[in-house]
Design a protein around this ligand. Structure first.
Ligand code: FES
Ligand SMILES: [Fe+2]
Length: 390
């Protein structure tokens, strides 16, 4: 199919319909390399992206070198304790200056010809360049905009991005009360899944599958009448959903203890949400979990799960055992989901696949798909966000 037809408004007419008569997205949106290139340009290289937690690089000189959509990034804490993000691309020939992964450095020495950069990305040494007429006095690694939102590091490739405070406003209004800035990262799990990144995001907001896939694990702890679940949608492609479900432990009782700011809420407090393009949130009374889903290829995704607990909890004597219990529950849930998302990828590759209708419980998926289409199709095709509760 020609690229122009693949992303024409007509191709998505049924997904654009109201929820009760809408259909899921066509299969090629999940399998096409051309679509992934368009997503890179129109979504991932434009939007603010959540790249990690501040406590992953707590000390001056701590850094994280990542690749996002084939773009090398370096996030560094400088000598004054400030966080900065740069393209990890040497100004000489482009070699990645810092090695992939995390570490601590006093400076970054490019491994190819030894150009040296300080923690603020400034070039301070370039050997054997005296004969060159190039002015390297103000040479530095290209800078990315970066903000710290409640302990989460967000950055963007957009050189002239919309104000972050505007972009995060709805998400902050809905989830700021969880106070992630007063929590600490205790687990970061990285998984590579054989499916498209959108299947991963959609699965993490899919309440419809909970009874079937997780009926014998954490799904049995979801309380209330699922026919009556209420979702709240916001304009920058996000949603929130508050409900009752027991903590993620073998016996359903909290091991880490309730966060003090949730004291008025029941132990069964639970919520889910999303912030575009790829951040899912899931919280209980004792944990806040973020997930980011990164495309590696049309049919391959890196899922990163971050679990936060109240500061001080990791110092408790039983913490190690309690965390093991929590991670076990998480692993069971992930394994149950893994088969489904990978099977989705196989299914949509079939020439016989025709996108099916959506259940009312798939309202968040419908909302997110339509916001995704807004980004894919551009401003002219932007539809009014569904503000009303469904
Ligand atoms: S590529 Fe970095 S010094 Fe040559
Ligand atoms: Fe699931």
């Amino acid at each position: 199919m020609a690229q122009i037809e693949m992303i024409s408004p007509a191709a998505f007419r049924t997904t654009r319909a109201e929820l009760k008569s809408a259909r899921h997205l066509p299969g090629y949106v999940y399998t096409s390399p051309e679509i992934l290139e368009i997503e890179k340009d129109r979504i991932f290289l434009r939007d603010w992206l959540c790249l990690g937690r501040v406590e992953e690089i707590p000390k001056p000189g701590d850094y994280m070198a990542l690749r996002i959509m084939d773009e090398p990034i370096l996030i560094v804490r400088n000598a004054n304790g400030m966080l900065n993000a740069f393209s990890n691309v040497c100004r000489h020939r482009g070699v990645e200056v810092a090695p992939l992964g995390q570490g601590n450095a006093r400076e970054f020495l490019c491994p190819y010809h030894s150009w040296a950069y300080d923690l603020d990305g400034r070039l301070f040494g370039a050997p054997l360049m005296r004969d060159s007429s190039a002015d390297l006095s103000d040479c530095r690694l290209p800078r990315l905009h970066l903000v710290d939102w409640r302990g989460w590091i967000f950055a963007t490739f957009d050189p002239d991005p919309p104000p972050f405070t505007d972009v995060i406003a709805d998400f902050d209004a809905e989830f700021g009360f969880l106070q992630p800035e007063n929590c600490v990262l205790v687990d970061k799990t990285i998984l590579d899944l054989e499916c498209n990144w959108k299947f991963v995001c959609e699965n993490l907001m899919d309440i419809y599958h909970i009874g079937t896939v997780h009926g014998r694990s954490f799904g049995s702890r979801y309380k209330g009448d699922r026919e009556r679940y209420q979702f709240n949608y916001f304009s920058h492609g996000g949603y929130s959903f508050f409900f009752d479900a027991a903590p993620m432990t073998a016996d359903g009782k909290t091991k880490f203890g309730k966060m003090p700011w949730l004291a008025e809420r029941p132990e069964s407090f639970a919520c889910l949400g999303f912030h575009g393009p790829n951040l899912n949130i899931s919280a209980r009374c004792d944990t806040v979990r973020h997930w980011t889903s990164w495309p590696l290829a049309p049919g391959r995704t890196r899922l990163i799960s971050y679990t936060l607990v109240l500061r001080g909890v990791p110092e408790r004597q039983s913490f190690h055992e309690d965390l093991k219990d929590y991670i076990n529950q998480l692993t069971i849930a992930i394994d149950e989901d893994r088969e489904m998302v990978q099977s989705l990828q196989n299914g949509v590759r079939s020439r016989r696949f025709v996108p099916g209708p959506l259940a009312r419980l798939e309202g968040p998926i419908h909302h997110i798909m339509n916001n995704y289409l807004d980004s894919l199709l551009g401003e002219s095709e932007r539809i009014a966000p569904a503000k009303a509760k469904v």
